[in-house]
Design a protein around this ligand. Structure first.
Ligand code: NAP
Ligand code: 3JM
Length: 347
């Protein structure tokens, strides 16, 4: 570190994740001596204010990374594929928010509450998991540690902000059009740039990211493969169904798990959630207390409630897990990784 901080670049600084990244860096008072804000040609030349100082956004290119120590990437997989190696070549540590390197065996895939130690094995690139994976494993890891884990079946209720600022605009515009009785043509969801687009306002779309040959979507396969990698359990049975909802921010998940032993009770799991780092228990049916996306926006924690024992399966439990997808799901987890790198003296 130079005298007053690190030389940091944010790639995708004008996007939904990049904006939260800057807000989080500011809130955490992350030690920065020099800040470079990068985007595509489209936003180059625009100005972003960080800690009261105006920065001009530049178009990202290999030379942008000269002298950078920490590069936070959230500009899509193809940008990471092209530019992350260029940043590493120039001596930067890359924290990548895209799916480009997550399953690469040479790249640690890190949720600090779960596997911070894996940072020590990095070779320049560290991958930030998918938003839906992060909030789920943060809640499941303490249960795995205490009682073992053999099976996970998850259905998600995901917010549009996970698909970028174009999807947020699409939801707002469609909602307004429908309420005003106006015509509209869907153009962003389920997959921006794909052939078919569907209405998201007042709807639910059971497709997030592209379909794979096995009938699962890529988002579902991310959850399945990333969960096994982060928890270091290739044998764990995981199934996922990912659904997009007309919610702006905050992903919800209905999760069924089977623990390794039949010794656990619902109150054991509640106690574990109460003690888990980065997790807040909100679980009191008598007072209708449970997590909801509208209440988690702007908060870094993962919120868990509705914890029940399955009525037929003695080692089966149901949980409801909610978090701000742009914070713990993306920006906060990335900044947390950067803070861990400093703490472990890896940067
Ligand atoms: P977004 O709102 O659409 O923003 C995209 C950002 O990438 C903008 O800053 C854009 O710059 C920039 N960009 C696009 N093409 C570029 C290029 N060729 N070179 C440099 N910059 C480029 O999307 P978002 O929601 O912020 O998400 C961005 C990426 O983060 C996603 O594609 C995804 O890979 C990742 N992500 C990860 C998670 C997670 O779960 N960890 C969650 C959401 C997103 P302009 O302003 O110039 O267009
Ligand atoms: C979340 O490469 C792209 O166009 C981005 C697709 C994308 C991803 C991804 O695969 O990196 C959009 C939204 C994610 C993610 O975090 O997996």
């Amino acid at each position: 570190m130079s005298s007053n901080g690190y030389r940091v670049a944010v790639i995708g600084a004008t996007g939904a994740v990049g904006q939260q990244m800057l807000k989080t860096l500011e809130e955490r008072d992350f030690p920065i001596s020099e800040l470079k804000l990068l985007s595509s040609e489209r936003s180059a030349g625009t100005t972003i204010t960080f800690k009261g100082k105006a920065y001009t956004v530049e178009a990202a290119q290999p030379e942008s990374f000269e002298n950078i120590q920490i590069a936070l990437f959230s500009a899509g997989g193809s940008v990471s594929k092209e530019l992350a190696p260029e940043a590493v070549k120039r001596g930067a540590i890359v924290i990548d928010n895209t799916s480009a390197y997550r399953m690469d065996p040479n790249v640690p895939l890190v949720v600090p509450e779960v596997n911070e130690d894996k940072l020590k094995t990095h070779n320049g690139i560290i991958a930030n998991p998918n938003c839906s994976t992060i909030q789920m494993v943060a809640a499941l890891e303490p249960i795995r540690k205490a009682f073992g884990l053999s099976k996970v079946v998850v259905s998600t209720y995901q917010a549009v902000s996970g698909a970028g600022s174009a999807a947020i605009n699409e939801l707002n515009d469609q909602t307004r059009a429908i309420l005003d009785g106006q015509e509209f043509t869907p153009s962003v969801l389920p997959v921006n740039g794909d052939e078919k687009h569907y209405q998201i306002a007042f709807n639910a779309i059971p497709q997030i990211d592209k379909f794979q040959e096995n009938g699962y979507t890529f988002e579902e396969m991310k959850m399945i493969n990333e969960t096994k990698k982060i928890m270091d359990m290739p044998e764990l049975a995981v199934a996922a169904t990912c659904v997009r909802l007309p919610v702006v921010t905050g992903h919800s998940e209905s999760v069924y798990i089977e623990t390794g032993s039949s010794d656990a009770s619902a109150s054991d799991l509640q106690r574990l959630m109460m003690e888990a780092p980065g997790v807040t228990l909100e679980d009191n049916p008598a007072e209708q207390l449970y997590p909801m996306p509208a209440n988690c926006v702007g908060k870094n924690d993962v919120f868990v409630g509705r914890i029940r024992k399955d009525l037929d399966q003695s080692n089966g439990f149901h949980l409801w897990i909610v978090s701000d997808n742009l914070l713990k799901g993306a920006a906060w987890n990335s900044v947390q990784i950067a803070e861990s790198l400093i703490k472990l003296e890896l940067v």
